[in-house]
Design a protein around this ligand. Structure first.
Ligand code: URP
Ligand code: ZN
Ligand code: ZN
Length: 463
C-alpha cells in the first residue's frame, strides 16, 4: 500500500515547503500540496518536520582494538534508527598484519549479514601500501566501497609517501581518501613524557594530543592532496579551530578538501576531563577541546568549511573496558558512543538554537554525506525517485538525554543530562516504517548493503 505523509514541513534540498509526500513501495513518488490520499495509508505529519533520513558516515561497530566495542551491527543500527539515522557507513577495523583489503571486507560481511536494521556501507581501511593493495582498490570500488581510511597515528599509521600514493591512486578511480589526522610522533613523545612524570589521569589525555597535532597533520595532508593534483581528501573528526581554518583556506584556493566534525566537538568541552573517574568516558581521539574550539567548529559548519557531522561512534563500557585506563589514561580504549543522539543534538543545538537553518541541518547530517560517499541521489534527499528514507522530527519535543532512554548497548552516554528541543518520532527506510510509537517495526537483517559509486569530487566543491 502507498503511504502519504500529510501536511508536514518538508525539507527539500534547497527549500522547505508545507505539504505532502507520497511513498510508493520503496521510493518517493510525489511531493506537493494536496496529493490525492485515495488508497494510501495516511501518516499525519502536522507540526512535524519531514527530513531526509540521517546518514552517519563514521561508526565503528563491533571493532576489535584489542578489546571489542560493545555495539555490534544489530545494537548499533537499532540505536541509529531510533535516533533518526537511516544509513550508516562503518569504518572497518584492522585485520591481521599483511592482510589485503578484501580480508576485512569478508570479516565485515560476517559482522553485518542478517544483523542490520538500517542500510549500511563500509569504508575500506589501509594497513600498508604496496602495488597489490593499490590495485585492489579498483575491485573494492566495483564491490561498492567508494571510500578508504588511512590513519596517521595508531599501529597501522601510514607515512607521507604512502599517503601520497593513496591520494594519487584514489583520485584516478573516483574514490575518496579519508584520513585520521594527528601527528603520531609528537603524541608518542608527549605520552611517554607524561607517564614518566606520573601524569596518568584522564585530564592528561588532551594534553598528550594538543590541537597543533591535529592542525599539523591536516596541513600536511592538504599539501599532499595538492601534490597529487588536487586529489579528493576528507578529514574525519575535525576537532580544532585550526583544522577547520586550514580546510577553509585550502577550499578557498580550489583544493578538493572536505571536513567532518562530530557532536562531541560541538557540545562538550575539555572540562569533562577534570574528574579523574568520569573523565574516562571522554577518552577519545582527537580529544574534546576548549569552548573556543567548539565555537570555531560551529562557525566552520555554518560557513561550509566543514560539510558533515558524523559521530565516530565507538562504544566501550565505562564500568567495563574503559576502566583499563583508571590508573593510566594511555591504557583506556579510545572512543565514545553517539549514533543515537547525533540527529537530536545537532537539531537542538543547531536548528532550535538558531545556529543552522533546516536546509543546513539536512545538508550536514544527510545530503552532504550521501554526496561525498557515493549514495546521492538515491539517499540523502527528499526527491521524487529517491529511496523513501525519511525521519519525522517533532521540533517541540523536550527531552533530557539519559542513558535509560537510549538503545545503544553501552552503559553510559557522554550526553547524560543534556536537554534537547526536538526529537525524531518516526523513522522510515525504503518506504518501510522502521520506528514508530517508540518501537522497532522491522526484523534484524532488514538493512541492506549500499553499493556506493565513484564520485566526481570537483563537482562537490560547492557543497
Ligand atoms: O577515539 C576514537 N575516535 N576511536 C575510534 C577510532 C578513531 O580514531 O576514529
Ligand atoms: Zn579516528
Ligand atoms: Zn573513528
Amino acid at each position: 500500500m502507498k503511504k502519504l505523509i500529510q501536511n508536514g514541513k518538508i525539507v527539500l534540498e534547497n527549500e522547505v515547503i508545507q505539504g505532502d509526500l507520497l511513498i510508493d513501495g520503496e521510493i518517493i513518488a510525489a511531493i506537493g500540496q494536496h496529493i490525492d490520499p485515495e488508497g494510501c495509508q495516511i501518516i499525519d505529519a502536522s507540526g512535524m518536520i519531514v527530513l531526509p533520513g540521517g546518514i552517519d558516515v563514521h561508526t565503528h561497530f563491533n571493532i576489535d582494538v584489542g578489546v571489542r566495542s560493545v555495539d555490534d551491527f544489530s545494537t548499533g543500527t537499532i540505536a541509529a534508527v531510533f535516533g533518526g539515522t537511516t544509513a550508516i557507513v562503518d569504518h572497518m577495523g584492522f585485520g591481521p598484519k599483511g592482510c589485503n583489503l578484501h580480508h576485512q571486507f569478508g570479516v565485515y560481511k560476517g559482522y553485518t549479514n542478517g544483523k542490520c536494521v538500517a542500510d549500511y556501507g563500509l569504508h575500506g581501511v589501509f594497513q600498508e601500501i604496496n602495488e597489490d593493495i593499490l590495485k585492489e582498490t579498483e575491485v573494492m570500488l566495483a564491490d561498492g566501497i567508494s571510500s578508504f581510511k588511512m590513519y596517521l597515528t595508531y599501529d597501522y599509521k601510514l607515512d607521507d609517501a604512502d599517503a601520497l600514493k593513496v591520494l594519487e591512486k584514489l583520485k584516478t578511480i573516483g574514490a575518496l581518501t579519508t584520513v585520521h589526522c594527528e601527528n603520531d610522533a609528537v603524541i608518542h613523545y608527549l605520552r611517554e613524557k607524561l607517564v614518566s612524570e606520573g601524569k596518568t589521569e584522564a585530564k592528561y589525555h588532551p594534553v598528550s594530543r594538543p590541537p597543533y597535532c591535529e592542525a599539523e597533520a591536516v596541513d600536511r595532508m592538504i599539501a599532499l592532496s595538492k601534490a597529487a593534483g588536487q586529489a579528493p581528501l576528507y578529514i574525519v573528526h575535525v576537532s580544532t579551530g585550526e583544522g577547520a581554518a586550514l580546510i577553509r583556506q585550502a577550499r578557498s584556493e580550489g583544493a578538493v578538501v572536505f571536513g567532518e566534525t562530530c557532536p562531541q566537538y560541538l557540545v562538550l568541552d575539555d572540562s569533562r576531563y577534570e574528574d579523574p573517574k568520569e573523565g574516562l568516558k571522554y577518552i577519545l581521539s582527537p580529544p574534546i577541546r576548549s569552548r573556543e574550539h567548539q565555537e570555531s567548529i560551529w562557525k566552520g559548519l555554518k560557513d561550509g568549511s566543514l560539510q558533515v557531522v558524523a559521530t565516530d561512534h565507538c562504544s566501550f563500557d565505562y564500568h567495563g573496558d574503559k576502566q583499563n585506563g583508571k590508573d593510566d589514561f594511555t591504557k583506556c580504549p579510545n572512543g565514545a558512543p553517539g549514533v543515537e543522539t547525533r540527529m537530536p543534538i545537532v537539531f537542538s543545538e543547531g536548528v532550535s538554537k538558531g545556529r543552522l537553518t533546516l536546509n543546513e541541518f539536512a545538508a550536514v547530517t544527510s545530503t552532504n554525506p550521501a554526496k561525498l560517499f557515493g549514495m546521492y541521489p538515491k539517499k540523502g534527499v527528499l526527491s521524487v525517485g529517491s529511496d523513501a528514507d525519511i525521519v519525522l522530527m517533532d521540533p517541540d519535543m523536550d527531552v533530557t538525554i539519559t542513558k535509560s532512554i537510549l538503545h545503544e548497548n553501552v552503559d553510559y552516554t557522554p550526553y547524560e543530562g543534556l536537554s534537547v528541543k526536538g526529537w525524531p518520532v518516526m523513522t522510515i527506510i525504503r518506504g518501510q516504517t522502521v520506528v514508530e510509537n517508540e518501537r522497532l517495526q522491522v526484523p534484524l537483517g532488514f538493512g541492506r548493503f549500499i553499493r556506493r559509486k565513484p564520485v566526481d569530487y570537483r563537482e562537490l566543491l560547492s557543497i
